[in-house]
Structure formats: structure tokens, C-alpha cells
Design a protein. Structure first.
Length: 53
């Protein structure tokens, strides 16, 4: 395999790995936000039920 072509494929591989990492981080962040939103909704419901809001 040509040296230049091998270098190109290594570069593409690196970009793919970075993209995968970014997508996984985004998915984790979305999961955390869903949990935070659910707890906030529960807290708001309790506040309203008890007449504090």
C-alpha cells in the first residue's frame, strides 16, 4: 500500500473515532438531561400539591 494512502486511511480512522466519541458524549448528556428534567417535574408537582407555588 502506498505510504500516502496509508496515511490518509489513518487520518480517516482517527476522524471516525473522534466522531464516535462525540456522539457517545452527546448521548450521555441527553440521558442526564432527561433524568434532571424528570426530577424537576416531580419536584414541581410536589411544590404545587403542597401549595408552595
Amino acid at each position: 500500500m502506498d505510504k500516502k494512502l496509508a496515511e490518509h486511511f489513518r487520518d480517516v480512522h482517527d476522524h471516525v473515532l473522534r466522531t464516535i466519541d462525540a456522539v457517545e458524549a452527546h448521548d450521555r448528556q441527553n440521558e442526564d438531561m432527561r433524568k434532571i428534567s424528570a426530577w424537576a417535574a416531580i419536584g414541581l408537582a410536589l411544590f404545587r400539591r403542597n401549595g408552595w407555588l
